[in-house]
Design a protein around this ligand. Structure first.
Ligand code: NAP
Ligand code: GDD
Length: 343
């Protein structure tokens, strides 16, 4: 039986990855932060097993605290380490640039250095991001596309990307980057744009609110399903040699298009009028305002368009996403409709 350690196990990806690895027969350990309220809603179902049922082992730790990382590595002796922990919100990174650098940048080096000293034979996965491409110099983006980060988050992730490459080259660690494009799910944090939309659509359909305000409706992303992307993470660590891999479904859509589909799935057809901050999305049937633009959600520097070319991962890892964009939107709206009692 292999042993895996996941940082960020309480997050969207951590929860899907823990499920996948438990299904594959791994002993799975996760790092959790101490907080005054319990932050384990996404993994509770993995903790309730008894007897021979899947069971997830949790350890208190923090990417800001080297000692906790060294203690956990010495105790767990993992074969595979998935570093998913991060301050992962791009917009918020502009208001917390130092903290974001501490966790999403330096945190990776703390962990890599601990791995080098304690379990140098372990395989290490770094959760790198399509945000590295930022103001992308070409479309679509692949492993050769130059980086141009556009936020404190992306700058921190750039540091982590190169630290991972450097520990591979300098010390021979098996350390790989997954450069993952946006991936979403019903477990997505509620202040990321997709979940913000699907949650609001459900509440509007249930008569619990009237409208939703968003920032840049023109932004385009390559949105896939998180469940498919954790399979890519696992495949990346099964490759013969460590490497860096772009992962994405290769389809781009705007935030406005996401709104159209999400509202339509709840039976509301949107009609857009106006431009810029005056743009409004109304219910075509009765003219009720459903979407407004609020400059509060604009970012000081924006990433306008991301689109993946994941041919290397498809060919080299045999990775194939199962859920397409439209199915993803429907899945998220359905889950939120159910959560608000409207389904
Ligand atoms: P997420 O839902 O925000 O989860 C982040 C995880 O990191 C949570 O478990 C969080 O713990 C933990 N964490 C935050 N600060 C920490 C610290 N100081 N020490 C230890 N743990 C800490 O993010 P996600 O969407 O699952 O993404 C997983 C990783 O992939 C992140 O590194 C993200 O930047 C990267 N990524 C995500 C995407 C995407 O589209 N989802 C794409 C590319 C890369 P709490 O639960 O206690 O907050
Ligand atoms: N969050 C948010 N809220 N974004 C909005 C809003 C809003 O009200 N209105 C428009 N947007 C736009 C953002 O400006 C951005 O262009 C796009 O919607 C997507 O925003 P997010 O969902 O916050 O995701 P992200 O693309 O910035 O970052 C996510 O994907 C990265 C991979 O490309 C995060 O998961 C990162 O951790 C990840 O690395």
């Amino acid at each position: 039986m292999k042993t895996a350690l996941i940082t960020g196990v309480t997050g969207q990806d951590g929860s899907y990855l823990a499920e996948l690895l438990l299904d594959k027969g791994y002993a799975v350990h996760g790092v959790v932060r101490r907080s005054s309220t319990f932050n384990r809603g996404r993994i509770d179902h993995l903790r309730k097993g008894s007897g021979g049922d899947p069971y997830l082992h949790l350890h208190y730790g923090d990417l800001g605290d080297t000692e906790s990382l060294t203690t956990i590595l010495a105790e767990v002796q993992p074969d595979e380490i998935y570093n998913l922990a991060a301050q992962s919100h791009v917009g918020i990174s502009f208001t917390m640039p130092t903290y974001t650098g501490e966790v999403s940048g330096l945190g990776t080096v703390r962990l890599l250095e601990a791995v080098r000293q304690i379990v140098p034979q372990a395989r290490f996965y770094q959760a790198s991001s399509s945000e590295l491409f930022g103001q992308a110099l070409e479309v679509p983006q692949n492993e050769q596309t130059p980086f141009h980060p556009r936020s404190p988050y992306a700058v921190a992730k750039l540091y982590s990307f190169w630290a991972t490459v450097n520990f591979r080259e300098a010390y021979g660690l098996y350390a790989s980057n997954g450069i993952l494009f946006n991936h979403e799910s019903p477990r997505r944090g509620e202040n990321f744009v997709t979940r913000k939309i699907t949650r609001a659509v459900a509440e509007i359909a249930a008569g619990q609110r009237d409208w939703l305000s968003l920032g840049n409706l023109e932004a385009r992303r390559d949105w896939g399903f998180a469940g498919d992307f954790v399979d890519a993470m696992w495949r990346i660590l099964q490759a013969d040699d460590p490497d860096d891999w772009v992962v994405g479904i290769g389809e781009e859509h705007s935030v406005r298009e996401f709104c159209d589909l999400a509202f339509a799935h709840a039976g509301i057809e949107l009609e857009w009028t106006g431009t810029g901050t005056e743009e409004v999305g109304r219910d075509r049937a009765n003219g009720t305002t459903r979407v407004l633009v609020n400059p509060r959600y604009f970012r000081p520097a924006e990433v306008d368009r991301l689109l993946s070319d994941a041919s290397k991962a498809r060919q080299g890892l045999g990775w194939e996403p199962k859920v397409g964009f439209e199915e993803l939107v429907r899945m998220m709206v359905d889950a939120d409709l159910e959560a608000v009692g409207a389904k």
